[in-house]
Design a protein around this ligand. Structure first.
Ligand code: SF4
Ligand code: SF4
Length: 364
């Protein structure tokens, strides 16, 4: 069957979104079959040039951030875009998020230790939150946790590698995966939970690492990984989440990322946002945006990626909301491409509401 043309077609077009696992009862793990088949091709033939460049997320972000704001201007110039499409296969018309020179890690350096002796968590800082949205998603996660007297630990970690894993390059990042598991395991042994604000990073460490490394250590780390919404909502259910939110008076449209669903998180982001007075949430029906991480960035996949997202774009355009919200940087990129509207992370909404209440009480 592995040599059948139909199977090869699925392998080539699968974007590892995991929808078939969450939505179809067949129980066949097509995305893992695709990932391992691609890994086999990479083992035999090497990684193609386009994947080597486009799936090295950390390197791309690091370079973009170091060269920002020049990199942001340059990558928006038409000739540069067409050049990139020709050389590395990146779609020339693809909307790209801006790189920030002042990353979250830089923002945290020299910041006074906010809390002592309280609860601690490890924040697995994803590339998007650090390099593209440090003042939005990144800082919001830190501020919301600290507002709840939780100390945030930000160790230096390697990229989660989800883009590389999805494109079959898992063997090429074995050292990074082993390093991450080693560092995360030190915190797991101290019962410090590992939190993720990007669903795809969570998916990599929680679900893909134990299948790639297959060790007790990887499985123990996996069990200690939690999505940020899941963690905060659990606090709320225990009566431990502060609810001193100022009113925001807005209707938000929420898109649920496929990867969040694949790790079992569905209602938590919506329930958290609904704790904010004045916020009503319209949940878009469960449609994939079509981005699939770097899948939709490649020019050869662009048309199909936009076609998959079309129904979601139409639903968003027909909705009358003040703000779009999603917990995935890649979904945000694709939604912006398809609707020309920006989105923010659900935790950013929580941090805005905490901030509003602080401002109101200090003005009173
Ligand atoms: S593209 Fe998504 S739904 Fe389709 S086979 Fe791959 S993981 Fe499953
Ligand atoms: S970008 Fe978001 S909706 Fe699209 S495939 Fe990835 S997780 Fe799913």
């Amino acid at each position: 069957i592995l040599e059948e043309p139909e199977f090869k077609e699925i392998i080539d077009t699968c974007m590892n979104c995991k929808r078939c696992l969450t939505d179809c009862p067949s129980g066949v793990d097509v995305p893992w079959l695709s990932v391992t088949s691609r890994a086999d091709v990479v083992r035999r033939k090497g990684e193609d040039f386009s994947s080597r460049i486009l799936t090295d997320t950390r390197k791309l972000c690091l370079q973009g951030s170091m060269l920002a704001p020049v990199a942001n201007v340059a990558t928006n110039l038409r000739p540069v875009r067409w050049g990139l499409q020709k050389v590395i296969g990146m779609e020339a018309t693809r909307y790209l998020p801006q790189f920030r020179n002042r990353t979250l890690r830089k923002m945290m350096t020299g910041r006074p230790e906010p809390l002592e002796g309280s609860r601690e968590v490890l924040f697995f800082l994803g590339c998007f939150a650090n390099y593209n949205d440090p003042e939005g998603e990144g800082l919001a996660v830190v501020e919301v946790l600290e507002h709840n007297n939780i100390k945030v630990i930000l160790p230096e970690l390697k990229c989660c590698g989800i883009a590389r894993i999805s494109s079959g390059g898992q063997d090429l990042i074995m050292d990074d995966i082993a390093d991450n598991i080693g560092i995360l395991s030190e915190y797991t042994q101290k019962n410090i939970p590992i939190l993720f604000s990007e669903a795809s990073c969570a998916l990599a460490v929680k679900c893909e690492y134990p299948r790639i490394i297959n060790s007790e250590q990887a499985r123990t780390v996996s069990e200690n990984c939690f999505d940020i919404h899941q963690y905060l909502y659990q606090l709320h259910q225990n009566g431990e989440l502060r609810t001193d939110f100022g009113p925001l008076d807005m209707k938000v449209g929420y898109h649920a990322p496929c990867h969040l669903k694949s790790i079992g998180v569905t209602d938590e982001p919506v329930r958290l946002m609904e704790l904010i007075p004045g916020v009503t949430v319209e949940r878009y029906s469960d449609k994939c945006c079509g981005m699939g991480g770097t899948y939709g960035i490649k020019s050869k996949n662009f048309d199909l990626s936009m076609k998959i997202g079309q129904r979601l774009f139409e639903e968003i355009n027909a909705s009358n909301v003040d703000q779009l919200v999603t917990g995935c940087g890649a979904c945000g990129m694709q939604i912006q491409q398809g609707t020309m509207r920006e989105s923010i992370h659900p935790v950013k909404l929580m941090s805005l509401a905490y901030q509003k209440e602080k401002e109101t009480s200090s003005a009173a």
